[in-house]
Design a protein around this ligand. Structure first.
Ligand code: ATP
Ligand code: MG
Length: 370
């Protein structure tokens, strides 16, 4: 699929922009602080339902204004679709093909994009939270029900933690046991469901990632990927068996959990490990290997989406071309064909190719460069 048109008004530093994009490679070119990332942020809003910069919707409003509107028109294999997102004061309006939808999840799962921006280069060596987030965002785009599942999980978790803290402080820890047990049941069921989505996704990432890293490194690097958790999962396990494992973990560790005042097991503590030639990349990967690995993970994310839905997602690459050397760039451009790319950067020479569509971004305005 590809974005045909974007319309923004009073979105961050963009007063008003209406911009056309080409199906192939697009390059948003401009000096620092002109609005390039803001435009990608607006596009990704439709894939993710919120800002990738962890900003609240109200922060997307141009300073001093009441609200913003954002609209994208994109082409799928067989049809054109439009998504609209607006904020006016506290009121949000979401529309799909001109028709209002109530929930954010009704707007998601239609437009799909893979975002790669400089922070992602920390993915390999960063905190486990970053890797879980990568996984959760990728899964949410493929399966919008996952978003709801995960937010219910977090709610249960926080309520269970509150009870554990009360039990920790109180002299009558026993009196909380029954209540905690109720939350353990709910949490175990949600954890099992989330875990199955994640295990399945990691298997897919591993398959695509292995193939790509092998090719990028000319056969020198062999990648394996594992989902890491204290709770055992064996391939093919069904939801009920997994749920039993989580319940067992919760009930066996309840005393320790009360002492700690927090939930010690569950999908909020898991991680992904990457092994390159048998060595844990979190500890041993060089800068270059980390770059290759992240690039491969991002491309694998796109390939998974393509395999599931039969169309290429839109690749949004914010300022990362300058971080990639010629070899990695050419791997990227030759490995993903027929997809739309929207790059941003300050250097016009960062990517070479005859069919590049340049757009200059300056002081919140976008102008096509012929
Ligand atoms: P760089 O090359 O440095 O990454 P950029 O072109 O990607 O620059 P953006 O991140 O898009 O720049 O930001 C452009 C400007 O928008 C920044 O100067 C920022 O302060 C400004 N900005 C951010 N939020 C708002 C807002 N709510 N209202 C007005 N301006 C904002
Ligand atoms: Mg930027």
């Amino acid at each position: 699929m590809y974005v045909k048109k974007i319309k923004l008004s009073t979105f961050r530093n963009i007063e008003s922009v209406e911009m056309k994009l080409e199906p192939g490679m697009n390059f948003l070119l401009g000096e620092n602080a002109q609005g390039k990332t803001n435009i990608l942020e607006a596009i990704y809003l439709f894939a993710r339902g919120k800002s990738f910069r962890l900003a609240k919707d109200s922060e997307l409003v141009m300073f001093g204004k009441r609200g913003f509107t954002a609209e994208i028109v994109y082409q799928k294999k067989d049809r054109e679709e439009t998504l609209f997102y607006g904020l006016d004061g506290k009121e949000k309006t979401k529309k799909k093909n001109g028709v209002r939808v109530d929930r954010i999840t009704d707007m998601l799962g239609h437009f799909r994009a893979v975002l790669f921006y400089p922070d992602h280069l920390q993915l390999v060596k960063g905190a486990p939270f970053e890797r879980r987030r990568f996984l959760d965002i990728a899964i949410s785009q493929c399966y919008p029900v996952y978003i709801n599942l995960y937010s219910r999980y977090l709610k249960y978790l926080s309520e269970r933690n509150t009870l554990l803290k009360m039990a920790q402080k109180g002299t009558e820890a026993e009196s909380f046991s029954a209540q905690i047990a109720v939350y353990s049941e709910g949490l175990a069921s949600l954890a099992a469901e989330i875990r199955l989505y994640r295990e399945e996704y990691v298997q897919k990432l591993a398959a695509f990632g292995k193939e790509m890293l092998f090719s990028l490194s000319n056969g020198r690097e062999n990648l394996s990927l594992n989902y890491e958790s204290d709770t055992v999962y064996t391939k093919g396990m069904d939801k009920e068996s997994l749920e039993r494992e989580y319940k067992r973990a919760f009930s066996e560790s309840i005393k320790r959990e009360i002492a700690a005042g927090s939930t010690l097991f569950g999908v909020h503590r898991d991680d992904i490990s990457f092994f390159v030639n048998g060595k844990d990349a979190r500890d041993f990967a060089s800068q270059g290997q980390q770059r290759s690995l992240v690039l491969v993970l991002k491309l694998a994310e796109g390939k998974i989406s393509e395999a599931l839905f039969g169309e290429t997602p839109v690749y949004l690459f914010d300022d990362v071309l300058s971080e990639l050397d010629e070899e990695r760039k050419s791997f990227l451009l030759s490995g993903i064909k027929d997809a739309q790319f929207i790059f941003t950067g300050c250097d016009r020479e960062a990517v070479k190719g005859s069919s590049l569509h340049f757009i200059e971004v300056k002081e919140g305005k976008a102008t096509e460069i012929k």
